[in-house]
Each structure stands twice: as structure tokens, then as C-alpha cells.
Design a protein around this ligand. Structure first.
Ligand code: N01
Length: 485
């Protein structure tokens, strides 16, 4: 048996859209001295982990593929999870990046040491000149801290770690959370379960979902004339972005748009008392806008109870709400989202002088172009701070970052640079600009809290402008913005 190689020019972490896309682009650019570390047994990231019933993309399919690997085969306008996972497999195999991936290597820490990164994984250590993280913000499930939670004697799992071995039929199930995940799996499990107690802390806005099958004719046209799919893609981008951003900057206008969601609720929920309980008290767009045609009809069924009161405690066989009512259940499903502003990587990454990312981000998550962080040389973060989108496809943002990082690597080669580290003042200026453009937007003035905001109420997650602006900003790596050696 040959010993595993330990040093690579580049180590990439993760095999979701970010890690796979980065690996393909490195290869295409002629860089072969890299390895991709993946904690799981296969590729796919969040699209591998989230297998809950009803899981599908709420971003139009035509936007949800790499520009270098169009997919004319999407079956419907909003793709189901297995198709997206399958697409990532096809890209991984088709572009032959699988041999670069080391599965079962959970990165536990990474230290910058003078002129290289030392990466400690669950199965051996690696060293690298450059470290690229594609760990993603929707990777680590977030569990609520509820009194008595440990005492529950029934079955418990998170939507991102669905327990497919458990037959839910005839069960009394508590679902905690009413975000994008819950509104997809609640209609899927409602017909099976005996009772469904839906613990809703904040009612979300839900818009109609204009889904339809993509016809054989359309697929044939996309296959034969790929430019047509490109044109559809461009049209959807512009339409969505102009509308959502236009409204986001003008909360008063958003109230008009909100009427569509109000009508949707009124049409689908006839019971005025339930409708009142489901009516949000914040402006649409403040949180991620949800889309569904089957969520309201499902929760109007007699076996569903929408519980609006806060959770006081969990007992061995149920959940007690603030009003003292005990809801007896044998299963709890958390639809409580992810650690987006409390990323695990913050405690894993040690930059210059041993500073952790958490320390570097004591004033909130921040990075130049959402990608490079002062104090962390030769490190780039895919889907970093303020690169998230509530209105368009993350794949576009990821590809912008990938191109920027690739240009950084090429620039290092062309100029014989061993080290690049973004200048703190450059990062500061970028972050100040992003934060000031957040003022007076729906995200900060919409009257809600959400995973977009950190514990201080700062929006450190969402890109507040058009995606093409981000693409323009990341078009070139400018070494003048970096300390170089
Ligand atoms: O998580 P969330 P998610 N007690 O954080 C509630 C992406 N996604 O997994 O609103 C009681 O949105 C919380 O309540 P509140 C997408 O980007 C994409 O649903 O904070 N409740 C909320 O209702 C999405 O935004 C697709 O008051 C508690 C829910 O749990 C992101 O993933 C599909 C609680 C969490 O909602 C996350 O979505 C699915 C507590 N202690 C997801 N803590 C696509 O289709 C939290 N909650 C692409």
C-alpha cells in the first residue's frame, strides 16, 4: 500500500456546488496539484444531506446549474432534490474530478504556519500552499436550546438529517419551525401522520409556486440549441433580480407585492381564526420569501394543529407551551435551519499569529468581496459573508468567486508570489460599503429577525445588490489590494 500524499499546492474543502465547481475550474485551467477533502462518503453538500420528503429547489431550475455544464434535462421548473444531487454527480464524473476527492476526511482545524496551511482531518493531516473553503453556510444543522430537550423519550431528528428508517404513519409528530424546509416537508408527511403539531414562532410569507413540467419539446430545443436555455436563464435572472431588488430597496413598494401573498393565504385558508394565526407581522422580503401551493392546504387539515404559543419546555412525552398546554407527541422534527452566522469554520481556522476566525470576526462576519479575509493569508472562502441571495441563484455567485480565486492563483504564478493577504483597509472599505447599502432595505427595516441577521442585528449574509455587480467586482484579482510576498 502506498502512503497517502500529504502536501498539495491547493486544498479545497467540501464537495457541494462550491467545492465541485472550484475543482472543475482548477482542472480546466491546468492546475492538477490539488485535493478536495470531503467529510461524507459522496459529493453533493447540502443537496446530499437534505433528503427530507418534498425537498426541492425554490430557485428556478434554469438558474441552478453551472455555466460550463448546462442541464437541458431538468424535469420541472423547480427541480426536486434527487435531480440536483444527480446533476452534481454528473458534473463530478463528467469533468473527472472524483479522483481528486478524499472522502471521509472531516476537516477539524486548519492552521496557517509561516508559509503554508496545516490541515488536520478526522483521517490524517494535509499541508497546502493555498486553502479554499467550500464548506457552505447551510451545512451545519441548528438545534434550538429548549428546556428539557434531553428528557424527550421519543424519536428526534433534524430536517437536514432525515431519519428514513422511521415510519411516521400513525405517529404524533411535532414539527418545530416554519421556514423553507418545513413548508416543503410538512405537506409531504401530513397525510401519513396521525397528528401533526406545527410549532410556529413566526408565520412566514408564502407566495404561489408557479411550477410546471418541462416538456419533451422544450428539452429537445435546449439540447439542440443550448443558447435558447441561456436566453431563458438570462431572462429569468433579470426579471427576478430587478423585481426583488427594486422592492427590497423600497419597503413601501414591497407592501404592494405582499398583496399577492395575502390573496394566496386568503384563497387557501378559509378559517378566519387560522388565517389570522398564519398572517405574518413583518414586511414581505424581510426573511426569505417562501413559495408553496400545498403548504396551506396541508395545515388546514383536521390532523394538523398550528401552535402559535412559544415553547416553554420539552417533557419525556411532549412539548409544553407558554400557555401551559401540553402537546403529547412521540416524534420531534426540527425544521430549525442552519448555523449560518455561527459557522463552525469560525472555530476551526487559525490565521496569522494563531488568531481564530471567530476572533477576527468579533465585529461580525466580514471578508473582502465576501471571499478574502485579512489575517488569513492564502485562504479564500466560497459563499463567504454577504454573498448569499434571497432572490436568485447561488450558483452564479459561486462561479464569480471561483473565477476570482482562479485569477488570484494565476496572478501568484505570473508574479512569483508565495503569499497573498488582503489589506485590512481594503476589506474595511468593502465591508463599510456593503453595510451602508443595507440601510433602509427590507432586510434591516422589514420588522423581522431571520438567519440573514447576526446576534447584533447586522446583515452579514446577503448580497444587497444585483448579482452582475458582484460578478463585475470579482472579475479581476488586484494584487495591489493585497500584501504580497
Ligand atoms: O431554516 P430557517 P430552513 N423555537 O432558518 C424556527 C435554504 N433552503 O431549514 O422564523 C421555535 O429558514 C424559525 O422561526 P423564526 C434557504 O436558503 C433552500 O427552513 O426564526 N422555532 C423558522 O421558522 C433557507 O432560507 C431550499 O421565528 C424556531 C425555522 O425554525 C435556508 O435553507 C429549501 C427556533 C427555521 O427556518 C434555511 O431554511 C429549503 C426555536 N428555538 C431550505 N429556532 C431551496 O429550495 C428556529 N426556529 C433552495
Amino acid at each position: 500500500m502506498t502512503a497517502e500524499r500529504q502536501h498539495y499546492r491547493i486544498v479545497v474543502i467540501g464537495t457541494g456546488f462550491a467545492g465541485i465547481g472550484m475543482a472543475v475550474r482548477l482542472k480546466q485551467a491546468g492546475y492538477h496539484d490539488f485535493v478536495v477533502l470531503e467529510r461524507a462518503g459522496d459529493v453533493g453538500g447540502t443537496w446530499r444531506d437534505n433528503t427530507y420528503p418534498g425537498c426541492r429547489c425554490d430557485v428556478p431550475s434554469h438558474l441552478y446549474s453551472f455555466s460550463f455544464a448546462p442541464n437541458p434535462e431538468w424535469s420541472s421548473t423547480f427541480s426536486p432534490q434527487p435531480e440536483i444531487e444527480d446533476y452534481l454527480h454528473q458534473v463530478t464524473n463528467g469533468f473527472r474530478v472524483r479522483p481528486h476527492i478524499r472522502f471521509g476526511r472531516a476537516v477539524e482545524s486548519a492552521h496557517w504556519q509561516e508559509d503554508h496551511w496545516r490541515i488536520h482531518t478526522s483521517q490524517g493531516d494535509f499541508t497546502a500552499d493555498l486553502l479554499l473553503s467550500g464548506m457552505g453556510p447551510l451545512a451545519e444543522p441548528s438545534y434550538p436550546k429548549l428546556p428539557g430537550i434531553e428528557s424527550f423519550e421519543g424519536d428526534v431528528f433534524h430536517s437536514a438529517q432525515w431519519n428514513h428508517d422511521l415510519d411516521l404513519s400513525g405517529r404524533k409528530v411535532a414539527v418545530i419551525g416554519t421556514g423553507a424546509s418545513a413548508i416543503q416537508f410538512v405537506p409531504a408527511i401530513q397525510p401519513e401522520v396521525e397528528e401533526l403539531h406545527l410549532f410556529q414562532r413566526t408565520p412566514p410569507w408564502v407566495m404561489p409556486r408557479p411550477d410546471r413540467k418541462i416538456t419533451g419539446f422544450e428539452k429537445a430545443v435546449f439540447r439542440r440549441f443550448p443558447l435558447t436555455q441561456k436566453a431563458v436563464r438570462a431572462g429569468i435572472y433579470w426579471g427576478r433580480e430587478s423585481m426583488v431588488l427594486g422592492f427590497a430597496k423600497l419597503p413601501a413598494l414591497m407592501k404592494q407585492f405582499q398583496k399577492i401573498a395575502e390573496n394566496h393565504l386568503a384563497q387557501q385558508i378559509r378559517d378566519p381564526e387560522l388565517r389570522a394565526r398564519l398572517t405574518p407581522d413583518f414586511t414581505l422580503g424581510c426573511k426569505r420569501v417562501l413559495i408553496s401551493d400545498d403548504y396551506y392546504p396541508a395545515i388546514a387539515q383536521p390532523n394538523v394543529e398550528v401552535v402559535g404559543d412559544g415553547i416553554a419546555e420539552v417533557t419525556p412525552n411532549g412539548i409544553v407551551t407558554d400557555d401551559g398546554v401540553k402537546h403529547e407527541v412521540d416524534t420531534i422534527i426540527y425544521g430549525t435551519g442552519f448555523r449560518v452566522t455561527d459557522l463552525p469554520v469560525m472555530d476551526m481556522l487559525y490565521g496569522r499569529d494563531g488568531q481564530t476566525l471567530r476572533e477576527a470576526w468579533s465585529d461580525g462576519m466580514q471578508a473582502h468581496l465576501g471571499t478574502a479575509i485579512a489575517g488569513f493569508p492564502n485562504f479564500f472562502l466560497l459563499i463567504g459573508p454577504n454573498t448569499g441571495l434571497g432572490h436568485s441563484s447561488m450558483v452564479f455567485m459561486i462561479e464569480s468567486q471561483i473565477a476570482y480565486i482562479l485569477d488570484a492563483v494565476k496572478t501568484m504564478d505570473a508574479r512569483g508570489l508565495r503569499e497573498v493577504e488582503v489589506r485590512p483597509e481594503v476589506q474595511r472599505e468593502f465591508v463599510d460599503r456593503v453595510r451602508s447599502s443595507m440601510r433602509n432595505t427590507i432586510w434591516t427595516r422589514g420588522g423581522c429577525t431571520s438567519w440573514y441577521l447576526d446576534s447584533e442585528g447586522r446583515n452579514t449574509t446577503i448580497w444587497p445588490s444585483f448579482t452582475f455587480r458582484f460578478r463585475r467586482l470579482t472579475r479581476r484579482f488586484d494584487p495591489a489590494e493585497y500584501r504580497t510576498r
